[in-house]
Design a protein around this ligand. Structure first.
Ligand SMILES: NC(=O)c1ccc[n+]([C@@H]2O[C@H](COP(=O)([O-])OP(=O)(O)OC[C@H]3O[C@@H](n4cnc5c(N)ncnc54)[C@H](OP(=O)(O)O)[C@@H]3O)[C@@H](O)[C@H]2O)c1
Length: 233
């Protein structure tokens, strides 16, 4: 589960993360994080808009596991895009999570002022406050625009990806530019049409696994990256 993928700068990212979108705060949240840590997750994905950064920070701290052993991602929300606003949002996020740095910080959507937000992210990265800087839900033209106007290119793009929506074209582009492809909604957000697909149920039956396990294996095996101009699986 914690096999690491390296970002272009060599920083290690545990390949499988635990997303906390829509987990209800309170006892349910506490139990979910406790169980995730118990079974071995160390990579956690939150965002300002999820409204649970404070709870996540508290649960990670209560685990007694040193901060450096966790990989924590958060995201800057659309209303906080802009140079000053993004710096302020980052400080608030760190305060809520009770951390001095983030392993990964992403622009959640390419809303107005995302270029100014990227400038703030570059500076926070140079100061060592963010280890991996990236974006989410960016299309090729957004990425091209960032790369044209910036010093550091995005290291990762977190995008909706599952077997019915593999994002092949965008994936090829990301691989060519050494930008990691991270899946959100890897199980199609629990969509029954995907989880009941006959091809997937057949594979699951033959391997004595659940359809969710088969889909997660597909994600893990789809990972590839470009080295020296060659796509390597
Ligand atoms: N950057 C972005 O814009 C963005 C957007 C969305 C999500 N995300 C991130 O990605 C993470 C994961 O995405 P997601 O939660 O939206 O979707 P997901 O992981 O594809 O789907 C989660 C749903 O799958 C179902 N599920 C989980 N395990 C299952 C299993 N073993 N068998 C069958 N169904 C199972 C559950 O449905 P039930 O509980 O209803 O049964 C669960 O609610 C989020 O938590 C968040 O951190 C990012």
């Amino acid at each position: 589960m914690n096999k690491a993928i390296e970002a272009v700068n060599g920083y290690k990212i545990p390949q499988v993360g635990f997303g906390v979108y829509k987990i209800k705060n309170g006892k349910e949240f506490e139990m979910a994080i406790h169980e995730a840590i118990r079974v071995g997750y160390r990579h956690f994905d939150t965002a300002k808009i999820y409204g649970n950064e404070e709870e996540l920070g508290r649960e990670l701290q209560n685990s007694g596991i040193p901060r450096e052993q966790f990989f924590i991602t958060s995201k800057v929300w659309t209303t906080d895009l802009g140079y000053e606003a993004t710096k302020k949002a980052f400080e608030q996020t760190c305060k809520k999570l009770n951390v001095t740095y983030l392993d990964m910080y992403l622009i959640h959507f390419a809303g107005p002022h995302y270029l100014e937000a990227w400038k703030a992210m570059e500076e926070l990265y140079s100061e060592g406050k963010i280890k991996v800087i990236g974006v989410a839900n960016f299309e090729i033209h957004h990425l091209e625009n960032v790369m044209k106007h910036s010093r550091i290119q995005p290291m990762i793009n977190q995008i909706e990806t599952h077997p019915e929506f593999p994002q092949n074209k965008l994936h090829e582009y990301l691989a060519r530019h050494r930008i990691l492809h991270e899946a959100w909604g890897p199980l199609g957000q629990g969509n029954k049409a995907l989880l009941d697909r006959p091809e997937l149920t057949e594979i699951a039956f033959h391997h004595n696994k659940s359809v969710a396990q088969v889909i997660l294996r597909w994600h893990l095996q789809s990972f590839y990256f470009v080295r020296k101009g060659e796509v390597v699986k």
